[in-house]
Ligand binder design. Structure first.
Ligand code: ZN
Length: 70
């Protein structure tokens, strides 16, 4: 009786673990897609880089401070 209960608990725990892993995997995938979409190119040299890494100035994007100054 106790053994059956233990097996049931283990199965439920495993199911929860698998569901959580699957959800995390999906979240990572959507994150990668959104990052890919948020790619901008430097107005000065045309280098493509992720939007969070780019320097924004007057609604234009630049790869480095030097190019943003021009
Ligand atoms: Zn540049």
């Amino acid at each position: 009786m106790i053994l059956r209960l233990l097996i049931a608990i283990i199965i439920i725990a495993l199911a929860f673990f698998l569901i959580r892993r699957l959800r995390q995997h999906k979240q990572i995938k959507t994150k990668q897609v959104s990052q890919f979409e948020e790619t901008v190119s430097c107005k000065e040299c045309g280098l493509r880089l992720p939007k969070p890494e780019a320097i924004e100035k007057d609604d234009e994007f630049y790869c480095c401070q030097e190019h943003a100054k021009k």
